[in-house]
Design a protein around this ligand. Structure first.
Ligand code: FAD
Length: 492
C-alpha cells in the first residue's frame, strides 16, 4: 500500500552525484573477466582469505578487507558476471532496466555510503499521480485504495500492533526475544485472523506478503515477519513506496554498484568459478575447490543466501543447526518470482495522471512500477508475478501477451502497443534460490543464531545474515563489511 509522505528527511538523503554516468563510462567495461581455465598462477591460489560469491555482499567484504589493509584475497563467483541478485538488462538506446534488486530508501545507510564512495548517483522513483489498486476485486485509483472508514481504522490498528510487536525484538537476534518460541510457532496468517476485524486487512497483508516477502501469510512464521520489519526500522519503511524502501533508483542501474566494486578489485575477482567443496582440516590451510582449481586460504567468507550454500559440500560437515537452517530454507515453499518489463515509446500513463504503480491481491500481477528511464525518453512498466499462481502464463510468449492484456486492464488500451519485452525468471536461475524466501514456523528459533555465527574458519555474509535491512541490498552490503571485520580480527 502506498502512503505518501512529504518527508524532507527522506527525500534527499541520497545525494545526486552528477557525473556518475560519465565516471562509469570512463571506467569502461570492467576488466574482471576472470582468468581462463587453469590460468590462475599457483601463487595466486594461496591466499589469506577466500570469498565465495561476487554479489553485493561478497564484493563489499573484499572491499572492506582491502580498506582494513588485508590484500591477500580472492573472490570466487560461479556466474560469468558479478552482481548476483542484481541484474541490469539492456532495453535499447543505451538504456537498461533492472530485473533484480533495484530500489533504495531512507535509512539504508550502508548502500548510501557505498554509492557515494563509488561516485554513483541516485534519483527519485517516479510517483507523481495516482496509484492503481486492485484489492478484493475492486479497482480504484488515488493516493490510497478506496476503503471504508472502518476498513481504514482496522488496517491502521493491525499495522500499529504489528509494528509495536516488532520493536520489542532484539535487533538482528529475534530468537533471543522472551516469547520467541511462541511467536515462531504461529503463522502470520493465524495472527491476522485473530487481530483483523475486516476482510480488507488480511487481503492487504496478503498482498504485502506476496509482493514483499514472496510467500503467503498462512505459511510464514510471525517471528520471521516481525524480524524483517524490525530490521527495516518499522512497517512503514517496508510498505511505503515514496519515502520507503522503493524511494530511489540507482543511476546506471543497481548492478553498476557491483561492477564498479569488481572493477576496482581487478583480477582478484574470478568469474565462472562455482565452488563445489570447502574443506576445513584441523591444523592445515582451508581448501576451496572449484571446477577448475583449488585455492588455499586461512579464512573463508561465504557470501550468499543460506539456501544457496546447500550446493556446496562442506568437509567436515557444518554444525547441525546451521545445516538445518540452510536446508530448511532451501526446501521452503515460496513464490518463485518473475520480474518483467514491458517497453513503450512513451510513459503514456503519466499524461492520464497515473504514476504507473499498481498493487493487487489477485494474480497474475502482484505489483507494477513505472521503470522508465529518468529522461522519460521511453516508457517502461515493470511487473512482478509468480508463475505458480498463473500456470497459463508459464510459457514466456504466453506471459508477454498475457501481461500486455493485464496492463491494459489498469492503464488502458495503449498498454497493448508495447514495443518490446524483457524478463528474468528467478525460479529457473541456477545460482539464486529465490529473491526473498520467507521462513516457515520454527526454523528461526531453531537455527537463527547460526545465520552469523562462524562455523570453524567459515564466516557467513549475504543479506540474510544482516541485522539491519535484512533481505535488501543494504543488508547485503553491511553483512559483507561485518564478515570482513570478523575475519581481520580472527587473522590477527
Ligand atoms: C526480483 C528481485 C527484486 C528485488 N528488489 C530489491 C529492491 O528493490 N531493493 C533491494 O534493496 N533489494 C531487492 N532485492 C534483494 C537484493 O537483490 C538482494 O538482497 C541482494 O542483491 C543480495 O546480495 P547478496 O550478495 O547477499 O546475495 P547474492 O546477490 O545472491 O550473491 C550471491 C552470489 O554468490 C554466487 N554463488 C552462489 N553459489 C555459488 C557457488 N557455489 N560458488 C561461487 N559463487 C556462488 C551467486 O552467483 C551470486 O553472485 C530484490 C531481489 C530480487 C531477486
Amino acid at each position: 500500500m502506498r502512503f505518501t509522505m512529504t518527508n524532507a528527511w527522506s527525500r534527499r538523503r541520497f545525494m545526486r552525484v552528477s557525473g556518475g554516468a560519465a565516471a562509469a563510462a570512463s571506467l569502461g567495461r570492467p576488466s574482471f573477466v576472470g582468468a581462463a581455465v587453469g590460468g590462475v598462477p599457483a601463487a595466486a591460489r594461496n591466499v589469506r582469505v577466500a570469498i565465495v560469491g561476487a554479489g553485493l555482499s561478497g564484493l563489499m567484504a573484499a572491499r572492506e578487507l582491502r580498506r582494513q589493509g588485508e590484500d591477500s584475497f580472492v573472490v570466487l563467483e560461479a556466474r560469468d558476471r558479478v552482481g548476483g541478485r542484481t541484474l541490469n538488462m539492456p532495453i535499447g538506446d543505451g538504456h537498461i532496466v533492472e530485473v533484480g534488486g533495484e530500489w533504495i530508501g531512507p535509512g539504508q545507510d550502508a548502500v548510501a555510503a557505498l554509492i557515494e564512495d563509488l561516485g554513483i548517483g541516485a534519483y527519485d522513483q517516479y510517483y507523481q499521480g495516482d496509484t492503481t489498486y486492485d484489492i478484493e476485486g475492486k479497482v480504484s485509483r488515488g493516493l490510497l485504495p478506496d476503503v471504508t472508514f472502518s476498513e481504514a481504522v482496522d488496517f491502521a490498528n493491525v499495522a500499529w500492533q504489528l509494528d509495536r510487536l516488532s520493536q520489542r525484538l532484539p535487533l538482528g537476534e529475534p530468537w533471543r526475544a522472551k516469547n520467541a518460541e511462541a511467536l515462531d510457532r504461529q503463522t502470520f496468517g493465524a495472527w491476522l485472523s485473530v487481530h483483523a476485524k475486516t476482510s480488507f486487512t488480511p487481503s492487504v497483508f496478503r498482498l504485502i506478503n506476496r509482493a514483499v516477502w514472496s510467500g503467503y501469510p498462512e505459511r510464514t512464521s510471525l517471528l520471521w515477519i516481525l524480524n524483517y520489519i524490525r530490521s527495516a526500522g518499522g512497517l512503514l519503511p517496508v510498505i511505503l513506496n515514496d519515502g520507503g524502501a522503493q524511494d530511489q533508483r540507482i543511476e546506471g542501474g543497481s548492478q553498476v554498484i557491483s561492477e564498479r566494486m569488481a572493477s576496482e578489485l581487478g583480477d582478484r575477482v574470478l568469474l565462472g568459478r562455482p565452488v563445489v567443496r570447502i574443506e576445513d582440516p584441523p591444523g592445515a590451510p582451508m581448501r576451496v575447490v572449484t571446477a577448475q582449481e583449488t585455492f588455499r586460504a586461512d579464512r573463508l567468507i561465504v557470501a550468499m543466501a543460506p539456501a544457496d550454500t546447500m550446493r556446496i559440500e562442506f568437509v567436515p560437515g557444518l554444525p547441525e543447526r546451521r545445516l538445518e537452517l540452510a536446508s530448511g530454507w532451501a526446501r521452503l515453499p515460496r513464490l518463485p518470482l518473475v520480474k518483467a518489463a514491458m517497453l513503450y515509446n512513451t510513459p503514456f500513463w503519466r499524461v492520464d495522471g497515473l504514476n504507473g504503480a499498481m498493487q493487487s491481491d489477485r494474480s497474475p500481477i502482484q505489483l507494477v512500477f513505472d521503470n522508465s528511464p529518468e529522461d522519460a525518453s521511453m516508457g517502461v512498466l515493470s511487473c512482478f508475478l509468480s508463475v505458480v499462481e498463473c500456470p497459463h502464463l508459464a510459457d514466456r510468449a504466453a506471459r508477454e501477451a498475457g501481461l500486455r492484456e493485464e496492463l491494459a486492464r489498469y492503464f488502458g488500451d495503449k498498454a497493448l502497443d508495447a514495443k518490446g519485452y524483457v524478463e528474468k525468471d528467478w525460479a529457473t536461475d541456477p545460482w539464486s534460490t529465490g529473491c526473498i524466501t520467507p521462513l516457515t514456523p520454527g526454523l528461526l528459533t531453531a537455527g537463527g543464531e547460526h545465520l552469523r555465527k562462524p562455523s570453524g574458519r567459515i564466516h557467513w555474509a549475504g543479506t540474510e545474515s544482516a541485522k539491519v535491512w535484512c533481505g535488501y541490498m543494504d543488508g547485503a552490503i553491511s553483512a559483507g563489511a561485518r564478515a570482513a571485520t570478523e575475519v581481520i580480527a580472527a587473522l590477527r
